[in-house]
Design a protein around this ligand. Structure first.
Ligand code: ASP
Length: 436
């Protein structure tokens, strides 16, 4: 029997009307048997997520009046939902426990996780599914480091006789039962871990967009959604700024070759994006997506034979590393090495860095090119697709956009070009149009 693990994000569960949509989605496919909910999110732009209210209440714990009113706000959101859904159910005992624990003094992780806990309880009752508390099955060590081996065992054991269950996202627990959380947005990670443990056929990640778009819709209005993207392509686009799912949620699905399907709770008929082992929708002339970031600088160090001189190259890197410089790319020629780094005004010690490079490497010249934007054009197997490369440089030449740097990543998936900051949006639009 097919098994789908479905994670629903905060906006998908923000109020009773969203909850109803979620129930309809789940009931429309009997394979949607394991559900991973987030805490209720924002109902409108100026609303506050339950997780943020809980964080604030922790800070206000010593100011009795403000604490009570915030805590009541959290409570009311759940009570309103229960009432609007006409459920024969309440969370009174759960709230009494939480309140007692809060006043007694508990860890921040416990407090922040209660949104997922309460929402999981509510949703399990609403759907008629079992409730599994992640403290029992998602294992962390004392320091809060996630323990994958222990978790897989616990989950396999817990799920083997369960037909339908709700497992809240975002948190787990130590062997002693203390709550620990993932980083913000971590319900995506729980969903992927659970999908892997029960060898799901697909991990559906339900959110408020119909998948990942080919490029930033603020730059290209109406940018097309991506139908299929490989795990690796997604990593490349994410590293260039495109986000749709928590970065750490990809790996557990990838190792088990479980496709992740990003879906829209508000438009359930949209197929969304499939993140999977191979991109199924690529031909030799089209790309998967375009992403980018502004505000880089290129530090060019020039010296006759520099790249061939191992000692000098080592010394250059050591100097950069002493200054905490995180270079993201390193194009080189026989007589030069360029470090592409975040904008130089963020590098506090620039002048000392340059002095030290002069002392350690004795270069002929150091040049700095500032205000650079990087644009990544992603498609698999790029070096065997000359048409893609020629389209890219063709359009840049037609638009008269100068290219300050080129780097074809070693995994053959991402070609990165550097352009002036001021050409960034114009270049993205032009590149997008050229492939569409
Ligand atoms: N509720 C948590 C957050 O707001 C976790 C999640 O939504 O995934 O970050």
């Amino acid at each position: 029997m097919t098994l789908k693990v479905c994670k629903f994000g905060g906006t998908s569960l923000a109020d009773a009307s969203q909850m109803k949509k979620v129930k309809e989605i789940i009931e429309s496919d009997e394979n949607r048997r394991i559900i991973v909910p987030s805490a209720p999110g924002k109902r409108s732009d100026d609303d506050t997520k339950i997780t943020d209210l809980l964080l604030m209440s922790r800070e206000l714990i010593h100011d009795k009046g403000s604490f009570e009113s915030l805590f009541d706000k959290v409570k009311m959101r759940f009570e309103d939902m229960i009432q609007a859904l006409e459920m024969n159910f309440d969370l009174e005992d759960a709230f009494m426990d939480i309140r007692y624990n809060l006043l007694k003094g508990v860890s921040d992780d416990y407090i922040v996780s209660r949104g997922e806990y309460l929402n999981g309880k509510l949703l399990a009752n609403y759907l008629g599914y079992d409730f599994i508390d992640p403290v029992q099955v998602i294992r962390f060590d004392e320091k809060g480091i996630y323990d994958d081996a222990a978790t897989q065992k616990l989950l396999e054991e817990a799920l083997k006789d369960v037909d339908r269950a709700v497992i809240p996202g975002f948190y787990g627990g130590t062997e002693e039962g203390d709550v620990r959380i993932f980083s913000r947005g971590g319900s995506d990670i729980t969903g992927a871990i659970v999908a892997r443990a029960c060898q799901a056929d697909v991990y559906e990640n339900w959110t408020d967009v119909s998948g990942l778009l080919m490029t930033d819709p603020r730059i290209v209005k109406g940018a097309k959604p991506i139908k299929s993207i490989s795990y690796q392509e997604l990593r490349e686009l994410s590293s260039m700024g495109a986000t749709v799912i928590h970065e750490d949620a990809v790996y557990p699905a990838q190792v088990a070759a479980i496709p992740i399907n990003i879906r829209n709770t508000n438009r359930p008929a949209d197929p969304g994006t499939f993140i999977e082992s191979h991109n199924r929708s690529l031909d030799d002339s089209n790309i998967t997506g375009i992403a980018g970031k502004k505000d880089y600088a290129i530090l060019k160090v020039m010296k006759n034979g520099l790249s061939k001189d191992k000692a000098l190259v080592d010394s250059l890197f050591q100097t950069a590393s002493r200054h905490g410089i995180n270079y993201e790319h390193m194009p080189s020629t026989v007589d030069s090495i360029s470090l592409v780094l975040p904008k130089l005004n963020k590098v506090k010690t620039l002048n000392t860095l340059i002095d030290e490079i002069y002392t350690s490497v004795n270069p002929d010249e150091i040049k700095i090119v500032d205000n650079i934007a990087l644009i990544g054009v992603v498609a698999s197997n790029l070096s065997n697709k000359p048409k893609i490369i020629s389209t890219l440089f063709g359009v840049l030449s037609t638009l008269g956009i100068g290219v300050k740097m080129i780097d074809l990543g070693s995994n053959d998936i991402n070609i990165i070009i550097g352009v002036d900051n001021e050409d960034y949006e114009y270049a993205i639009k032009g590149i997008y149009n050229a492939y569409n």
